[in-house]
Ligand binder design. Structure first.
Ligand code: GRF
Length: 220
């Protein structure tokens, strides 16, 4: 699902209110960062739908508190993964979602959702991709590998897990006495800035996907 090397796409036309559908499986601090920044008008977007595959996801409580429509689509409630994704797509379309944001959503996205929101799904990953991709333990892996710098990446989602075109990255140092927890916390601070910033750029029409890369167009 990558573009030919010289083909280019601007995922959404420039808008002053990009409608976001956030998918989250867990505590939802990235969702909260988006709720806070959009409410403060720091990002020209609105979270209009929250989806989880887990009933116990704290992200659902955050959505409820912010009065955002939220729904659970647990894999066990559907006969197949495509059925589950069809239901998710229907919900996202009902809420007129423009851009899907994976914010700690654990299942790998399949063709049903990918095709419905082609070039319009982004993910946040807690490493400098392509390092430590395709894992839920990117921070521990960075520590064990002994890298001196790591960070987070916002990228478009394709069939290549954690391998789609990168929108932006933010770095953090790895400190001598870091634990997995301390490193993850330092990265998370940057995630909470990176995701809103990427969405701000996308809403402004400044992110152009060119083949496997993105170009960030100048403002205006
Ligand atoms: C983040 O570290 C994100 O990069 C990864 O999952 C984690 C989600 O954290 N994909 P939260 O649920 O947003 O707090």
């Amino acid at each position: 699902m990558t573009l030919a090397a010289n083909a280019s796409v601007v995922p959404v036309p420039p808008t002053d209110c990009l409608r976001l559908g956030v998918l989250a499986s867990g505590r939802g601090t990235n969702l909260q960062a988006l709720l806070d920044r959009t409410a403060a008008h720091q990002v020209p977007a609105q979270v209009v739908a929250v989806v989880s595959n887990r009933r116990d996801a704290l992200a659902l409580e955050r959505a409820q508190h912010a009065e955002v429509p939220a729904a659970v689509f647990a894999r066990a409630d559907f006969s197949s993964r495509p059925e589950q994704e069809r239901a998710i797509v229907e919900f996202l379309r009902e809420q007129q979602v423009d851009l899907v944001v994976l914010a700690g959503y654990v299942p790998v996205i399949g063709p049903t959702l990918l095709d419905a929101y082609r070039h319009r799904i982004v993910n946040i990953h807690p490493s400098l991709l392509p390092a430590f991709g395709g894992t839920l333990h990117a921070q521990a892996d960075a520590l064990h590998h002994g890298v001196k710098v790591t960070g987070c990446t916002v990228h478009f989602v394709t069939t290549d897990v954690d391998g789609g075109p990168i929108v932006l990255q933010r770095t953090v140092p790895v400190l001598e006495n870091d634990t997995e927890e301390s490193l993850a916390a330092r990265i998370l601070v940057e995630e909470h800035a990176a995701l809103p910033e990427a969405i701000r750029l996308i809403a402004a029409g400044r992110v152009q996907i060119v083949g496997h890369r993105t170009r960030i167009l100048p403002a205006g």
